[in-house]
Design a protein around this ligand. Structure first.
Ligand code: ADP
Length: 482
């Protein structure tokens, strides 16, 4: 659908505000002006009407009758109309045929026009107003029939010039129009200026946000010095948003860097056994069938490396699954049964140290929410390490601890121990404190163990002193007695 763009929406807020209140002001002034004009015009006209009517009545009052009918007009003595005239007021008396009987001097050689209709209307006996054109000016006249003994003997016309009123109204409309126009222009300008002032902080905000976007610098913040008004709130919100974005971006970058390191470490780790295998195969090819003993050794080497690679690939897979957010399914598990099962597998771990698991009856009735397979993998990694790093004559043993909401199972050994500076590093992927000593490790075991504990909402705790031994405690939550 083609949406027709509204040009009004393209205008800036500042322009729209200015146009809005200028329009409102113009309409208000216009309404006020029209009202004022009409009110004044009505009043002035009414005043003129009253004055001409008064004048006419005064004239009528001063008419005297000296004789009797049938020659009324000759017997009617008209007053000197000039007495009633004023520079703007003209008087004229006509008979019922329209002939002028008297008129005020200020008319000069002019006459107050009297149309046939007016005459006809007047002879009906009632006074009435008329607005007429006389010469170059407009006049308001009051036509009053003069009656004597119910007989119309003439018509008195009192006219007053509308020129002063027209002039006053003209001046008024000029003042209203120009005054209104100037007011609208001035307030429009003032409004434009005020809107600009009010919107300036927003302009600055837009500028600051644009600068940040241009520099792609999520660390910078918008500087705002002002009251804690809407603009202040907006600035704070944008700054908060920037901080969050920065945090998210950073962890994303860190995540990508970790993944890159992981991939390069993994490729490196996989290349080592592959190189050994290839070297051995080449050796086999060169040797032929000459020395069966050497041949057996080379094959054993290949088998060992293949096994190591299988372990490595399995570990990598486990970690990759954990990284992908693979959720493990958990169920309520009896620790007693779990430990009994674990001991059966521990027996298969090669090692020179002696092993003593605690009596599973010690944890009788204690249950945890866990995935039995992953939990077993976790303990096998730790116990396997304990054997790996404990020489002949040493001991590996298990016991339990408790703290509110958690049950801890500790794997102790009297092995080589870990240097304090290495302890924080041993959970890192591919980290091995002493590579030379034990060749079978992948450096991924504790990283996997840590992920499994995390998935169970628990903690992995290490205490160790070099030459004395280590203790790895797996803390698991949701413990309850059955
Ligand atoms: P690895 O396959 O090398 O055992 P891990 O991730 O399981 O990898 O362990 C990381 C490092 O932590 C080991 O290389 C070792 O130096 C140290 N470590 C782990 N467990 C023990 C332990 N019980 N005694 C001494 N050192 C240990």
């Amino acid at each position: 659908m083609n949406i027709i763009e509204n040009p009004w929406r393209k205008l800036s807020v500042r322009m729209r505000l200015t146009v809005w209140y200028s329009t409102v002001l113009s309409l208000t002034l216009l309404a006020l002006g029209v009202f004022l004009y009409l009110f004044l015009s009505h009043n002035l006209h009414q005043e003129i009407d009253q004055s001409v009517a008064n004048q006419a009545n005064q004239v009528v009052r001063s008419i005297t009758v000296v004789g009797e009918f049938p020659f009324p007009l000759s017997q009617v003595i008209l007053p000197n109309v000039d007495v009633f005239a004023s520079p703007d007021t003209y008087l004229q008396v006509v008979n019922d045929h329209g002939e002028i009987l008297a008129r005020s001097n200020n008319l000069g050689n002019q006459v107050l026009p009297l149309s046939r209709q007016t005459l006809l209307y007047a002879v009906k006996g009632k006074g009435f107003y008329e607005t007429i054109e006389a010469g170059d000016q407009r006049l308001r006249t009051f036509n009053l029939p003069l009656t004597y003994r119910d007989q119309i003997i003439g018509i008195l016309q009192v006219g007053r010039s509308l020129v002063p009123v027209d002039r006053a109204l003209g001046r008024l409309s000029f003042v209203l129009f120009t005054g209104g126009l100037v007011t609208v222009l001035l307030t429009g300008m003032l409004g434009w200026f005020l809107a600009g002032m009010a919107l300036r902080p927003i302009d600055r905000l837009i500028q600051a946000a644009a600068d940040i976007q241009e520099a792609r610098d999520l660390q910078s913040r918008i500087h705002y010095e002002g009251p804690a008004d809407e603009i202040g709130e907006l600035t704070a919100t944008i700054n908060d948003m920037l901080a969050r974005l920065h945090g998210a971006y950073q962890s994303l970058e860190e995540g990508i860097a970790t993944q890159k390191r992981f991939v390069s470490d993994a490729s490196h780790e996989l290349r080592t056994p592959l190189t050994t295998i290839r070297g051995n195969i080449e050796l086999l090819q060169k040797m032929g069938d000459i020395d069966p003993e050497a041949r057996r050794e080379v094959l054993a080497d290949i088998a060992g490396e293949t096994e190591r690679m299988t372990r490595l690939v399995n570990d990598l897979l486990a970690l990759a699954r954990a990284d992908a957010g693979f959720k493990i399914t958990k169920a309520t598990l009896s620790l007693q049964e779990f430990l009994a099962d674990l001991y059966r597998q521990v027996r298969l771990i090669p090692g020179q140290a002696t092993f003593r698991g605690m009596d599973p009856a010690e944890v009788k009735g204690i249950q945890v929410t866990a995935n039995p397979d992953y939990l077993k993998q976790l303990f096998l990694i730790i116990i396997d390490n304990a054997f790996k790093y404990t020489p002949a004559g040493g001991r590996v043993w298990l016991d339990t601890r408790q703290k509110p909401g958690f049950i801890g199972i500790t794997v102790h050994d009297t092995g080589t121990g870990i240097a304090p500076e290495d302890i924080p590093k041993i959970f890192r992927r591919f980290y091995r404190a002493d590579r030379a000593r034990v060749g079978s490790g992948t450096g991924l075991g504790l990283a996997i163990a840590n992920r499994i504990v995390e998935q169970h909402g628990g903690e992995l705790e290490v205490e160790s002193s070099p030459g004395v031994g280590s203790a790895f405690t797996v803390w698991l939550p949701n413990v309850f007695l059955a």
